[in-house]
Design a binder for this molecule. Structure first.
Ligand code: FAD
Length: 392
């Protein structure tokens, strides 16, 4: 089959790499670089990024890692140990230690919630925030987790997504870091497409998708078209009106910091439930020193954008950083805000669109993630669904 792909983000490149084994693939990318929001941005010797925090949510065992292996990609992913810690009253706690911080009555409530969850007796129609709200610390911890992982507050996160995320976590475990960062992943995928005689056309903005007896990207004819751009943008340039509901994007702010002494000891996430805005941070150089100049660490913070006043949100994030780094030497390298056509997610978890529009037309990327798929894991779930469908 001749397959045209619009967009060379992680979704388009992963689909292209998997499909180019058996099909003729052409990828169109409007920018001069590949990888979209999952590639590196070199700055003063630090490997910053166009989006992601150099983390793969379920590490070397999750959906993305499996899809990479299936594509033949040579990417080394180091699982983080521990997955993460929580900073409370200036002390770091593992997830399982948080229980000890609760008072007697709260412990009983937490036990009740955990049992309900285990027995599958939770109302799936409520939000994660509503589920947790009886216990102040649990709500704070929940907000830090959803803010970091999904760029949503706990109240914006459907409980049905949390239940699926928890299942995936039990199956695959926590995050990992690809050696070489995001670019190592997307570079490998584009290498595979080219090796399989696929074509990647850069600096080409697709203006029209037409699905009929055949499928068209502008004047190029294909058997099948896959769109890796946002579902809303896809619909704008397509003759088929497929959106029954509008996906709701998630917005966020990332601050990249240079520090010689570092702030975290492990390669996982330091969640910060007590910060005004920052939900968590990582120090990827604990795993891959090549992501910073010799002797330096790269720390990246993430916060979900709570109001439309971006400047105020950034100022509050910077105040949090000042408190977190009190007494330490650090330098702000870069502040990036993600919204509009370059958000954290084109569809926040729970508002994703189905991947299969019809036999000629498919959607991949972070507007069409699988259920309970955190970020690139959700993208990989969607891509695998499309690839299996096309190949079946
Ligand atoms: P994109 O990367 O946006 O790719 C779409 C591509 O299509 C782009 O290259 C774009 O230029 C191109 N395009 C658009 N319109 C056209 C057109 N008309 N014609 C041709 N090309 C077009 N995920 C994780 O798993 N781990 C993390 O640590 C993580 N951290 C994050 C932190 C932040 C601050 C942000 C913003 C995101 C983070 N994510 C993370 C999410 C992850 O980066 C994204 O989900 C993922 O990169 C999106 O990939 P995509 O392929 O869906 O879209």
């Amino acid at each position: 089959m001749r397959i045209g792909i619009v967009g060379a983000g992680l979704g388009g490149l992963l689909a292209g790499a998997l499909l180019s084994k058996n099909h003729e693939v052409v990828v169109f990318e409007k920018l001069p670089f590949l990888g979209g929001r999952f590639t590196n941005l070199k700055y003063e010797g630090f490997q910053l990024t166009t989006g992601a925090l150099h983390m793969i949510p379920h590490g070397n065992d999750g959906y993305l890692a499996q899809a990479l292996r299936k594509a033949g990609a040579n990417v080394k992913i180091i699982n983080s140990k521990p997955d993460g810690t929580f900073l409370i009253n200036g002390k770091e706690y593992l997830y399982k230690e948080l229980f000890s911080l609760l008072g007697f009555k709260e412990k009983a409530k937490a036990f009740k919630l955990a049992t309900k969850l285990k027995l599958g007796k939770v109302d799936k129609n409520i939000s994660f925030g509503e589920f947790l709200e009886e216990i102040d610390l649990a709500l704070k911890v929940g907000n830090a987790f959803t803010g970091w992982a999904l760029s949503l507050t706990a109240y914006e996160t459907p409980m049905s997504e949390i239940i699926e995320i928890a299942k995936n976590y039990h199956k695959f475990g926590g995050p990992g870091i690809p050696i070489g960062g995001c670019k190592a992943v997307t570079d490998e995928l584009s290498r595979i497409i080219k090796k399989n005689n696929g074509k990647i056309i850069k600096e080409y903005e697709v203006k029209r998708i037409e699905i009929d007896e055949k499928a068209y990207i502008d004047d190029y004819e294909f058997d099948v078209v896959i769109s890796n751009i946002s579902p809303i943008e896809t619909q704008k340039i397509c003759n088929i009106k497929f959106l029954k509901s509008k996906p709701k994007p998630s917005k966020g702010i990332k601050i990249s910091i240079a520090t010689k002494e570092g702030i975290i000891k492990h390669g996982g996430v330091l969640f910060t439930p007590e910060c005004e805005r920052i939900n968590g941070l990582n120090q990827v150089t604990n795993v891959d020193k090549s992501l910073a100049p010799e002797g330096w660490h790269l720390v990246m913070t993430h916060q979900t954008q709570l109001t439309n006043n971006v400047k105020k949100e950034i100022d509050l994030g910077l105040e949090d950083i000042e408190n977190l780094f009190k007494g330490k030497d650090y330098k702000i390298l870069h502040i990036q805000s993600y919204r509009d056509d370059w958000p954290v997610n084109h569809a926040s978890n729970g508002t994703d669109i189905d991947n299969i529009v019809n036999d000629r037309f498919y959607l991949v990327g972070d507007g069409a993630k699988g259920r309970g798929g955190i970020e690139v894991e959700g993208i990989a779930m969607g891509v695998l669904k499309v690839v299996n469908y096309i190949n079946s």
